[in-house]
Design a protein around this ligand. Structure first.
Ligand code: NAD
Length: 362
């Protein structure tokens, strides 16, 4: 049997515990992995002088597939997010976040099946920022003044670029994904009524590309209305395509619709490279407590298995996770109903329960 070369980045905070649990479940499928375990984040700063050492990028470029735990971005340290840097360095332009209800999850809805397709490179996450009071902010403000745009001199400024190239690439991805996965509808999310030249461009390109996919229904929603409709009637939505910032917020909202961050997986995809990671962060308050839910990372592993064409193994892990959720006994605190949290089990024990179910499967 072929062995798959995969870069494994355990991350920090709750990352290493989730990675350990996920790895055990993935290996229990019988699929063979050659894990190249590499580390990134503040913990490696002292050793390598950077939170994202070159050998981490080299490993991902070589293996083309990576599985990653969350990595902390310290607030106000001047150190940019490793997560954002990885997506940029590797040109992982699409963040795919499926949000699907599993029976037995304590939520308001039991029939949500939404896939968020988020643009990952542009928008307010492009990292083009000017600090209040800096010389560059001053120069930019004077230049804008010359163009007739008055910005207060005591402003901090973040720039929102959306390119035709970037919009086309992500919208095309959303339609191609919908076609390949037999999804019925694509909804473009924007605020084109206010940001006419950035979100307006995104909307115009979405409408244009929709013409080439007649079998897929297309609609658009203004982002504020979108959030209200998602909470009110999420079942009406299927694939959502969003510029970076709205995609970030909406994917957490959709995670909440299906039971929270503990069950929300993700994939960062580029041309030929794929990095799989849960939507959630490193939840530092739960670090080392054997408390966090490993299912989001395991479901990211399921996406990875599908990506490497290990479909039977992917189905097996997903079915076992669904069975454990439906049974409701062997789940972490976040999947227990109010008042039942004291019966929650730990991260490692969830992995044991899932492996147990897999062993009993035909
Ligand atoms: P977070 O997602 O880490 O945690 C928010 C809350 O969600 C937690 O306090 C916890 O209550 C819950 N939660 C998250 N994951 C869970 C799990 N697996 N099981 C059960 N409950 C879970 O968000 P945050 O507190 O805003 O961020 C913490 C750090 O993570 C920050 O430094 C942030 O920059 C970083 N972050 C990293 C990534 C990434 O690695 N891709 C993504 C988001 C945030």
């Amino acid at each position: 049997m072929e062995s798959h070369n995969i870069t494994l980045i355990p991350g920090d905070g709750i990352g290493p515990e989730l990675t350990d649990a996920t790895r055990r479940v993935l290996e229990a499928t019988g699929v063979k992995f050659n894990w190249d375990i590499v580390h990134a984040g503040t913990d490696v700063m002292a050793e390598y002088g950077t939170p994202l050492p070159q050998h981490v990028l080299d490993s991902i470029r070589k293996n083309k597939v990576a599985l990653k735990g969350p990595i902390t971005t310290p607030v106000g340290s001047g150190f940019r997010s490793v997560n954002v840097a990885l997506r940029k360095e590797l040109e992982l332009y699409c963040c795919l976040r499926p949000c699907k209800s599993y029976a037995g999850t304590p939520t308001l809805y039991n029939d949500v099946d939404i896939v968020v397709v988020r643009e990952n490179m542009e928008d307010l996450y492009a990292g083009i920022e000017f600090e209040k009071g800096s010389a560059d902010a001053g120069r930019l403000i004077s230049f804008l003044g010359e163009l007739g745009a008055n910005v207060r001199p005591d402003s901090g400024i973040s720039i929102k670029p959306l390119s035709e190239f970037g919009c086309r690439r992500i919208v095309r991805f959303a339609f191609e994904y919908a076609r390949a996965n037999k999804r019925r509808k694509v909804t473009a999310v924007h605020k084109a009524n206010i940001m006419k030249f950035s979100d307006g461009l995104f909307l115009a390109i979405s409408r244009e590309l929709a013409q080439s996919y007649h079998e897929i229904e297309f609609e658009d929603r203004i982002v504020d209305n979108m959030t209200m409709q998602l909470v009110k009637k999420p079942q009406q939505f299927d694939v959502l395509v969003c510029p970076n910032l709205y995609g970030d917020i909406i994917s957490d909202l959709c995670a909440g619709l299906v039971g929270g961050l503990g069950v929300a997986p993700g994939a960062n995809l580029g041309d030929g490279i794929a990095l799989f990671e849960p939507t959630h962060g490193s939840a530092p308050k739960y670090k080392g407590m054997n408390k966090a839910n490993p299912m989001a990372m395991m479901l990211s592993g399921v996406l990875m298995l599908r990506h490497i064409n290990e479909t039977a193994a992917a189905d097996k892990v997903e079915k076992a996770i669904a069975a454990v959720i439906a049974d409701g006994q062997n789940v972490t605190y976040d999947l227990k109903r109010d008042g039942e949290q004291c019966n929650a089990i730990g991260t490692a024990q969830v992995a044991d329960a899932i492996i147990d179910v897999m062993h009993k499967m035909p």
